[in-house]
Ligand binder design. Structure first.
Ligand SMILES: Nc1ncnc2c1ncn2[C@@H]1O[C@H](COP(=O)(O)OP(=O)(O)OP(=O)(O)O)[C@@H](O)[C@H]1O
Ligand SMILES: [Mg+2]
Length: 259
């Protein structure tokens, strides 16, 4: 398989236990380069856990994850997987942007400084260059003119857009979003989804989005994954999974959330 045909994300047979509780059961997920996949499912079904294993914020009990062909969180030696040291896991995370429900911006830094910080500190980019790119990204997320504003003076939707720009500033191959709009006031959800839609449609970036926004999943995703009780129950194009689900559990979930 050539590198360009190979899926960007290859998760195989993922199991995850917390103590005696198993929260992921043999999860398989391939995501193609440039593809946008939305993950939906009831609370506690393992969506966040799956996302957090993809950049090794959580270790896995069995299975493997490759991103861009590289084994994530582990190295293979003598046919066995050995967990990487935190330093090496951090290096891998540089290529994987993550946006959480709570944006955790630095309050003492301006919007622009928040976005330019990691490229300067971690990637050792020239400050002038990093700041220019940060300004470009802020414009892209609709925040031109807000460069010098501190997070406390921004709305939740604006702060989340800064957080997206901050993740993009590292020029990641993959962006993971964990319910990026669920902490926002309803009137602010649309502006954040619009930015994510722009990222998905401009292409190039591979996105996995955990969301309760079924309309967004329908319009923006290439494929939808429905999870329940730690298993992938159904995967397919939105028209199939959302509008003509094959599995009873998918149907029951959708009828509850779309009510
Ligand atoms: N650190 C942890 N220790 C123990 N159990 C955990 C931990 N994190 C998650 N769990 C459990 O794992 C299961 C999956 O949780 P997860 O957060 O992945 O669900 P989710 O689908 O993201 O739910 P939600 O929609 O509420 O965010 C749940 O039963 C949860 O209680
Ligand atoms: Mg979650």
């Amino acid at each position: 398989m050539s590198e360009t045909d190979r899926p960007m994300i290859e998760a195989r047979g993922l199991d995850k236990h917390y103590g005696h509780t198993q929260v992921l059961h043999g999860v398989d997920l391939d995501v193609a380069r440039g593809e946008t996949v939305c993950v939906i499912g009831p609370s506690g079904s393992g969506k966040s856990t799956l996302l957090r294993t993809l950049n090794h914020l959580e270790d896995i009990s069995a299975g493997s994850i490759r991103i861009g062909g590289e084994l994530i969180g582990y190295r293979e030696k003598g046919g066995r997987l050995h967990e990487l040291r935190e330093r090496e896991a951090c290096r891998q995370r540089l290529d994987i942007g993550m946006v959480f429900q709570h944006f955790n911006l630095f309050g003492h830094l301006t919007a622009l400084e928040n976005v330019a910080l990691a490229p300067i500190k971690v990637k050792r980019e020239k400050p002038q260059q990093a700041r220019a790119y940060a300004a470009e990204l802020l414009a892209r997320v609709g925040l031109a003119g807000k460069e010098d504003v501190h997070p406390s003076r921004l709305s939740g939707g604006q702060q989340q857009r800064v957080a997206i720009a901050r993740a993009m500033a590292m020029r990641p191959q993959v962006m993971l979003f964990d319910e990026p709009t669920s902490a926002l006031d309803p009137e602010l959800v649309g502006e954040v989804l619009a930015v994510m839609r722009d990222l998905a449609e401009t292409g190039g970036i591979t996105m996995v989005v955990v969301t309760h926004e079924i309309g967004f999943a329908r319009e923006v995703s290439d494929r939808v994954v429905f999870m329940d009780a730690g298993r992938v129950v159904e995967v397919g194009p939105p028209a199939q999974v959302l509008d003509a689900p094959r599995e009873e559990r998918t149907r029951a979930f959708l009828s509850a959330v779309l009510r």
